[in-house]
Design a protein. Structure first.
Length: 314
């Protein structure tokens, strides 16, 4: 899906720049049908349309407007699914509000070694084209980050993969002459950084948590996953401590990634009778764990992961 989105948006931008309107309409429709996030790329094109209409070639702007109308007609059947998905996401989503650190990390990940080339780019040459590429790269990222500050968070790297092509085009074009020594030093630095990240992955200590649970779990203990900002249903299965996702009766499961893969036994709304101790796995605040008829007895913390043991109230 995300590869098709990136290909569709890239083709849409290519035909938009080349003013090949039939190809533009078809490519944009493909991009929009592959993922709703293509709308942010179309918004960048709309801003360019405004620029052309008031300060550029009005004839070109009229052609752009006609193409927008055709894209809208082709996309209109998909508006109902878009509305339905928006309502589901509005009821709860798994993404938290992104910080400035998250924004900076995404920009660095997508630029990577290209950041060095951007510093040495000849920005004064073909400034208009450079600004269009910058808008294509930064626009969707900043828009989704800004929306996520006030509304439901939608800021996620996979949704924004289509911003990588403009970053690479910027890095590869209009370059100043660089000495071989500078290129070698830059490659060594970035290769060392990539090697470090590859050999030191950022991974939650779920193996340690699973080992602990297996050591202290008694025969009649019952394990559950607490429905916080993120659940760990799949990790629990993988490490041999199956723990269904606990959703109290009367509440609905938020729109989580992976919902379609869950079976009926992966979700429970009540605890089995005669269960005296419950082990609750969570990466959220311990304070939010409340199960009627049970009180917190002890807890074990593994970085951002926690296991909270609750016992039946007497």
């Amino acid at each position: 899906m995300y590869s098709l989105l990136a290909a569709g948006v890239t083709a849409s931008m290519y035909f938009f720049i080349r003013k090949k309107w039939v190809g533009y309409v078809l490519a944009t429709a493909v991009a929009l049908y592959s993922h709703h996030f293509a709308l942010f790329a179309v918004f960048i094109q709309f801003l360019w349309f405004v620029k052309e209409y008031f300060w550029g070639k009005r004839k070109t702007a009229i052609q752009i407007f006609k193409s927008f109308a055709l894209v809208g007609i082709l996309y209109s059947p998909w508006l109902i699914p878009l509305y339905s998905q928006t309502r589901m996401v509005g009821g709860g989503f798994w993404l938290g509000t992104p910080t400035l650190k998250d924004l900076g990390r995404l920009l660095l990940i997508y630029l990577n070694v290209g950041l060095f080339a951007l510093i040495l780019r000849r920005w004064e040459k073909n400034l208009g084209k450079s600004l269009f590429l910058v808008a294509w790269f930064l626009g969707p990222i900043l828009l989704t980050w800004g929306i996520s500050q006030k509304f439901q968070s939608i800021f996620f790297d996979r949704y924004l993969l289509y911003t990588i092509p403009p970053a690479m085009i910027l890095a590869a074009s209009e370059r100043r002459k660089i000495s071989p020594v500078a290129i070698f030093i830059a490659l060594v630095v970035f290769f060392s950084a990539d090697l470090y990240y590859f050999t030191h992955p950022i991974k939650r200590p779920f193996r340690e948590l699973a080992t602990y649970v297996k050591e202290v779990k008694k025969g009649d203990d019952y394990l559950i996953n607490w429905n916080s900002a993120a659940h760990h249903l799949w990790e629990a299965k993988y490490y041999g401590i199956p723990a269904p996702l606990f959703i109290p009766e009367g509440t609905k499961l938020p729109f989580y990634v992976g919902t379609a893969l869950m079976t009926e036994g992966d979700i429970v709304s009540s605890l089995p009778k005669k269960v005296n101790r419950v082990g609750t796995i969570t990466s959220g605040p311990i304070e939010e764990i409340v199960i009627p008829g049970y009180t917190k007895k002890e807890e074990k913390v593994f970085g951002t992961l926690k296991v909270v043991w609750l016992v039946r109230s007497r």
